[in-house]
Design a protein around this ligand. Structure first.
Ligand code: CA
Length: 366
């Protein structure tokens, strides 16, 4: 195991004048925080890196072996759920029928504690933070990344939970929001300063910590932007009139993001008329039109007809709680979890939608 201090990592230039010993001295580290692990595939090896009390540590993973990491580093990482080689299949199925229970939450933005609390009080997970939702489906409607400081914890938590759900006959769907796309595309304006330290210490831009040769990066690249369950469409921001004119199927939409947008330079995306709409303000991860003045019920009905859906659930546009338009035709679930205080979870059972409060109270949505 190789250890070097964050202080050393952040002062690469000035460090040359320091005695060698001081660079190894943990008392010189100005920041004590934990982060990781991040797993990189380098020269045929899997290398795990993490931050423990501000110190960078690393371990080359032998086949199937867990990283030699103090468990206190991560509140959610469980090596037992690592998929060997970081080889994931893209989520090919994005249309589901006959699902008895659905829960949906969005725009978590690094607020792990609020997420756990919401999931616990509504029995999606148990007190041990393991799946308790049986055959139910949990939808994370994008924007786990940015703003808050527990992004890595949430990623490893979702990673574990999706496997537990699968084993129980349920499912976790992690949809990409504009902030996942931004980070993967190298737009790092909104990352918490903690991740700037991690990035400096790893000597990698933050997006490369989630690059195509990393475990979490490969995992994220399999995720869809849109799914449909029981004719309820889930997408981070919404389907705009400009999007509908493209005439894309949900499958083609997910394919376009996965294969033609993520990892491609912005110039080439903007040069393509179809991709330009998907990537921009009228695209499904940025659109805000459902919550603007002048959006009418006939427009909502026409969008739903066009897409052959009964309801559309989106996040992205923040409110103090879940908002609903035209008797649940359009439901906005970005309940401002980003502030780290409270939030709501959408629940659906027996054709009814419910607002799930952080107190555990559940009230029908009308
Ligand atoms: Ca958003």
């Amino acid at each position: 195991m190789r250890i070097f201090s964050l202080f050393a990592a952040l002062s690469i230039g000035g460090m040359l004048s320091l005695p060698a010993a001081s660079a190894q001295d943990s008392t010189h580290s100005s920041f004590t925080y934990n982060d990781g692990p991040y797993i990189f595939y380098e020269n045929g090896l899997a290398v795990a890196r993490w931050v423990r009390n501000g110190q960078f540590e690393t371990d080359t993973l032998e086949a199937g072996a867990p990283p030699n990491m103090d468990p206190a580093v991560s509140a959610s990482f469980d090596a037992g759920y690592l998929i060997p080689g970081g080889i994931f299949k893209p989520a090919r199925q994005t249309e589901f029928r006959g699902v008895a229970k659905i829960a949906a939450v969005s725009d978590i933005h690094g607020q792990y504690e609020v997420l756990l609390k919401l999931l616990k009080v509504h029995h999606i997970i148990d007190d041990g933070e393991d799946w308790a939702f049986g055959h139910g489906h949990l939808v994370i409607v994008g924007d786990v990344f940015d703003r808050g400081e527990e992004v890595t914890e949430i990623l490893w938590f979702i990673h574990k939970l999706e496997q537990q759900a699968e084993q129980a006959g349920g499912k976790v769907h992690f949809l990409l929001g504009n902030h996942e796309i931004m980070v993967l595309q190298g737009d790092l304006r909104y990352i918490h300063k903690k991740y700037r330290y991690t990035s400096a210490g790893l000597r990698l831009p933050y997006n490369e910590i989630f690059g195509p040769d990393t475990y979490l990066g490969r995992w994220l690249r399999t995720k869809p932007v849109a799914i449909c369950i029981n004719k309820i469409g889930f997408v981070h921001a919404g389907y705009s009139p400009a999007y509908l004119q493209l005439g894309l199927s949900q499958e083609a939409l997910n394919h376009a993001f996965r294969e033609r947008i993520i990892g491609h330079p912005e110039d080439s995306i903007m040069a393509d008329p179809l991709l330009r709409v998907l990537y921009g303000e009228e695209g499904p991860v940025w659109y805000r039109g459902y919550f603007e003045d002048g959006f009418t019920q006939p427009q909502a009905i026409s969008i739903l007809r066009h897409l052959r859906k009964r309801n559309i659930v989106v996040g992205h546009t923040s409110f103090s709680g879940i908002v609903t338009q035209f008797r649940n035709k359009i439901i906005g679930i970005d309940s401002s979890i980003k502030f780290g205080k409270t939030g709501e979870i959408l629940l659906h059972e027996k054709k009814m939608f419910y607002r799930g409060a952080i107190s555990g109270e559940k009230t029908p949505l009308k």
